[in-house]
Design a protein around this ligand. Structure first.
Ligand SMILES: [Zn+2]
Length: 214
């Protein structure tokens, strides 16, 4: 397979806009995550990550579909990096995925399916920033394994890059960011897509639920 070629790279300043106000916690938050979320709200809605319910639904459904066979799923988080009052935050608007090579303990994009991933991303319909990646841990709870951490350190090193981990069996979800040599949990909020005033957004029609179609 030909390696994907980056034909244009654009450096974009963060969009200057206030964070969404109409937010809610994810119903799959653990008590520990809920404490982090409440603490962030006490400090005046100071969250680093906002996730559209559209993106959340795609990730949840994809991971639930693969859960009976205990298969991991994964994909990219597409969105925006914004800044307000001297603080930077990211918005996960949508997700992108393709065919996967997956097992109960491992997942990666099927290399032969990468052209389709890139074609689909090109058709995303908005100028997205890849703000991180997501994958599932069916029945293993949510954390960053050594391999996950290596992936994060190799490909997602920007301050706004996060890793969302979903366990569709124990119904947990957590987001993490790199901190020093390790990682720490970062609480996030759900936002209705309407509240995000999408710019030129079209749905990623053929994406997000491919884990079981192979
Ligand atoms: Zn993992």
């Amino acid at each position: 397979m030909a390696k994907p070629r980056v034909i244009r790279e654009v450096r974009r300043d963060p969009l200057n806009r206030p964070p969404p106000q109409d937010i809610s916690p994810h119903p799959w938050f653990t008590n520990e995550t809920k404490v982090l979320y409440d603490e962030a709200l006490r400090r005046g809605h100071r969250l680093e990550i906002y996730m559209s319910s559209l993106a959340e639904e795609k990730m949840r459904e994809q991971s639930l579909r693969a859960a009976p066979r205990r298969l991991e799923v994964m994909g990219l988080l597409l969105g925006d990096v914004c800044s307000w009052g001297g603080r930077t935050y990211s918005i996960i608007r949508d997700v992108g995925t393709t065919d996967l090579e997956n097992s109960p303990a491992k997942v990666k994009f099927d290399p032969s399916a990468l052209p389709r991933l890139f074609n689909d991303l090109d058709r995303a319909g908005f100028d997205y920033v890849v703000v991180g990646w997501y994958h599932s841990h069916p029945g293993h709870t949510c954390f960053m394994s050594r391999v996950d951490l290596r992936t994060q350190k190799r490909a997602f090193t920007q301050g706004y890059h996060c890793s969302v981990v979903i366990d569709p069996v124990s119904r947990e979800v957590r987001a993490f960011k790199l901190t020093g040599e390790g990682y720490s949990e970062v609480p996030f909020a759900l936002v209705a897509p309407e509240a995000l005033r999408f710019r030129r957004l079209k749905p990623l029609s053929s994406m997000g639920t491919e884990a079981e179609t192979r």
